[in-house]
Design a protein around this ligand. Structure first.
Ligand SMILES: [Zn+2]
Length: 62
């Protein structure tokens, strides 16, 4: 059982975590590979939902 700090380290090392994206406009969910930037924030190549909304939430899956 890993604790949170170990998981964070693993994420930083692999740098391509699975990220769940939820659109706040249409409610659509996507899961794709993202990355962690230098500040430790999640980013993905998907900058907006297919509906055109940029109001999206990123959540780490694993
Ligand atoms: Zn949408």
């Amino acid at each position: 059982m890993m604790n949170n700090s170990e998981i964070e380290t693993k994420i930083t090392k692999t740098n391509n975590p699975l990220v769940k994206i939820r659109c706040n406009n249409c409610g659509e969910n996507f899961i794709l590979r993202g990355s962690v930037d230098k500040g430790g924030s999640l980013t993905t190549d998907l900058k907006m939902c297919f509906c055109g909304s940029k109001d999206i939430q990123l959540t780490l899956v694993k």
